[in-house]
Design a protein around this ligand. Structure first.
Ligand code: MG
Length: 319
C-alpha cells in the first residue's frame, strides 16, 4: 500500500465537478491518508543502503503478522513504527468510511465500488450501464484516476452526473476523498452511486470507502491466475465480473479455473462473465444491479414510502 510505496508523498488531490470546476486539496494535510517513507534495507551479503521501498503490503492483525515475519529480522525498530503508522492510517480511513456509510444509508443511496487493473473495462462497462438503465435507475458516478478528466467526460456524455477525483501519484481512492466527492456530487435520495476506483489490484482493496459492496472486474487478457496473485482484492469483493469474453478465443484464459481460484480466496464471491464491448452477458449484470437496488430501496423504507410506490425502483429525490 501507499504507506510503503510512497505513491502519495507530496501529492495533491484534485476534484472536478459536473460543471468542470476544479479545486485541489493537499494529500498529506491530515485529512488524507497516504504517505511514504524511506528506510534502510539489506541486500545480499552485508550490502546495505537506504532507498524508497516499493512492495505489496498487508494490513490488519493477520496481515501485519505476515509482513512482520518477512522483515522483522532486518529492521525491527523501523518496522514497529511503520506498523503503528499504517494502523493509524487505516483506522482513520475506516472512521471516515463509517461516516460515509451512515450518510449514504441515511439517504438510501446504494454505493458500489468498482475495482480492477487499468484497462480492464470499468469505464466502458459504466457507459453501457448508464445508457441501458438511466431511465430506470437514477445514477451518479465518482471517477478516480491519477490524472485527466477523460473518464468523467465519458460518463457525462453517457448521460450521468459525475465527479472526477485525480489522486496525482496516489494509487487508490480513500474515504475522505469520497466524502469530498459526495459533497460536490450530492447524489439524490434513493440513487445508485457507482465509484470507479483508480486502476490497481492492490491498494484499493484495503481502503473501505463506505460502499455497500466492492465489485472486481477482471478482463480475460490479464490471466486467470490473478485471484491467487492478488487475493486481498478478490477476498474483499462480493462480485467478480470477467470482462472481455469476446476475446476468449484469442487468449489462454480458463474461466472455470479463474472462478476456482477466486473461490479459493473467497468462497462467497459471485461470478458473472460479460463483454462490455459486445454486450454479451450484460443483461445478467443489469439483473444483479436491479436486485441490489431493490434491496437498497427496501432498506430505505421511509424514503420509499414517501417518494415512490414501486417496489423495484428505489426512491427518487422529490422535485
Ligand atoms: Mg476508467
Amino acid at each position: 500500500m501507499c504507506a510503503i510505496c510512497g505513491c502519495s508523498e507530496g501529492a495533491e488531490t484534485r476534484f472536478t465537478d459536473s460543471a468542470g470546476n476544479t479545486h485541489a486539496h493537499p494529500h498529506n494535510d491530515g485529512d488524507t491518508l497516504s504517505h511514504g517513507h524511506t528506510h534502510d534495507h539489506h541486500h545480499g551479503e552485508g550490502h546495505m543502503h537506504s532507498h524508497e521501498h516499493p512492495h505489496e503490503h498487508h494490513h490488519g492483525e493477520e496481515l501485519a503478522h505476515q509482513h512482520r515475519a518477512s522483515v522483522a529480522t532486518l529492521h525491527e525498530p523501523q518496522h514497529d513504527n511503520l506498523l503503528r503508522i499504517e494502523q493509524d492510517v487505516l483506522a482513520r480511513n475506516n472512521r471516515m468510511a463509517e461516516r460515509n456509510r451512515g450518510w449514504l444509508e441515511g439517504r438510501g443511496v446504494l454505493a458500489l465500488n468498482l475495482l480492477s487493473s487499468p484497462g480492464a473495462g470499468k469505464t466502458t462497462l459504466l457507459e453501457k450501464t448508464i445508457r441501458a438503465l438511466h431511465t430506470e435507475i437514477e445514477m451518479c458516478v465518482v471517477e478516480g484516476d491519477q490524472e485527466t478528466t477523460l473518464d468523467a467526460e465519458r460518463i457525462r456524455a453517457a448521460g450521468c452526473p459525475s465527479v472526477q477525483v485525480n489522486t496525482g501519484t496516489g494509487c487508490h481512492l480513500d474515504a475522505p476523498m469520497l466524502a469530498h466527492a459526495l459533497h460536490s456530487l450530492d447524489p439524490p435520495r434513493g440513487s445508485l452511486l457507482l465509484i470507479e476506483n483508480v486502476g490497481n489490484l492492490v491498494c484499493p482493496a484495503l481502503f473501505d470507502l463506505g460502499e455497500a459492496a466492492k465489485i472486481v472486474i477482471l478482463s480475460v487478457t490479464e490471466g486467470d491466475d490473478k485471484p491467487l496473485k492478488y487475493p486481498h482484492m478478490f477476498r474483499a469483493a462480493q462480485l467478480m465480473l470477467v470482462n472481455k469474453t469476446d476475446l476468449l478465443a484469442h487468449v489462454d484464459f480458463d474461466v472455470q479455473a479463474c472462478l476456482d481460484h477466486a473461490r479459493r480466496v473467497n468462497p462467497e464471491i459471485e461470478l458473472l462473465r460479460l463483454s462490455a464491448r459486445s454486450g454479451a452477458g450484460l443483461e445478467d449484470w443489469y439483473a444483479w444491479l436491479r436486485a441490489r437496488v431493490a434491496a437498497a430501496g427496501l432498506r430505505a423504507g421511509v424514503d420509499r414510502e414517501l417518494h415512490t410506490s414501486s417496489s423495484s425502483v428505489p426512491p427518487r429525490r422529490s422535485a
